[in-house]
Design a protein around this ligand. Sequence first.
Ligand code: UP5
Ligand code: MG
Length: 196
Amino acid sequence: MTSKPGIVFVLGAPGSGKGTQCEKIVDKFGFVHLSAGDLLREERNTPGSQYGALIEGHITGGTIVPVEITCSLLEKAMIKSGSSKFLIDGFPRNQNNLDGWNSQMGAKVNLLFVLFFECPQEVCTDRCLQRGAAGSGRSDDNPESLAKRFDTYINATMPIVDHYRAQDLVRTVLANRSPDEVFVDVCEAFDGIKEA
Ligand code: UP5
Ligand code: MG
């Protein structure tokens, strides 16, 4: 019998640095990085996808795609990679995500912990606006979408962080510092996880 893959959920506000830090974790600890947002954008861009318009509506509106779509993209990517350890970045973001994941994937994986990036809203917003101004091409790096993304983050995602906090599964890192400084604390959060 093979053991279940270990996963780390990576949560934090839009622009808190989830993707940036995940790349560093991949290099040091050999996890495979799966960004739910990236997978959704890829699906949206796939010609003929039946979900393209629906996904784009949620992304620009800062709301959350139904879990069946996101969860199946994540599971497909996990199977395709064949790895035994995954960073799941930007998911689960609401109760629907959490319930759907638990019923489809809960028994198939081993949740190691939740890495949570804490960062003030103004800092996160500035980062995303700068990224947009530098030509990110992301349809949600604009003030209107960012306000909605934050609204969803506070009202729908923070309760999920609190849910895991109550189970003592959350490791919090202050993200309002340089990427390298943040990564020092990220490494501490991965204490006990073997380096790649
Ligand atoms: N940057 C990063 N770290 C920095 C630092 N320490 N100091 C200074 N600058 C720093 O970073 C953002 C920007 O800041 C970059 O320019 C970076 O260089 C700089 P990044 O690492 O990309 O931050 P991240 O937290 O990943 O920000 P992102 O914008 O990706 O966060 P979101 O959570 O908003 O985006 P995501 O792609 O996860 O989701 C987008 C949308 O998809 C959601 O709003 C939702 O509509 C949909 N979605 C779902 O519906 N379901 C899901 O499960 C997931 C997404
Ligand atoms: Mg990201």
